[in-house]
Design a protein around this ligand. Structure first.
Ligand SMILES: [Zn+2]
Length: 135
């Protein structure tokens, strides 16, 4: 059994200080990585918020145009609003579901060859953008 001498005790404390220093460096590195990830997530969130705002403006604009066209067609006696509503219902039901959505047929991914729902923007399996596949 080695005796506990002042020299041994000094070595112990130097080892402990070294351990603490290394531990602090590892923790600082982890904190730095997490801050970096948080910055990236904040940037992605801002991009998503901007995209959602753009889509909301587009939907509002399309809604206005659709309402204007419907009213003009009704005013000019081309079709009645009931005929337009019936046509909307027929188109909605074309996929067997009255859900307020337009049916899109499934597509084959150009990269991985799997079948993907027609309304997906990117492939569920490989992630490739599907919009470029549209004719
Ligand atoms: Zn794919």
């Amino acid at each position: 059994m080695p005796e506990s001498t002042p020299g041994n005790k000094g070595l112990f404390w130097k080892g402990r200080e070294m351990f603490d220093l290394i531990w602090d460096l590892i923790q600082q590195s982890r904190i730095s990585n997490l801050q970096s990830e948080a910055d990236s997530a904040r940037a992605a969130s801002r991009t998503t918020d901007a995209r959602v705002a753009e889509l909301e403006r587009t939907v509002e604009s399309l809604t206005l145009m659709t309402m204007a066209l419907g009213e003009l067609l009704a005013q000019k006696g081309v079709v009645s609003s009931e005929e337009i509503e019936a046509r909307v219902r027929d188109i909605d039901l074309s996929d067997g579901k009255l859900d307020g959505r337009v049916a899109t047929s499934p597509r084959v991914c150009r990269k991985c060859g799997r079948m993907i729902a027609g309304d997906r923007v990117n492939c569920l399996y490989c992630g490739v953008l599907m919009d470029q596949d549209r004719p």
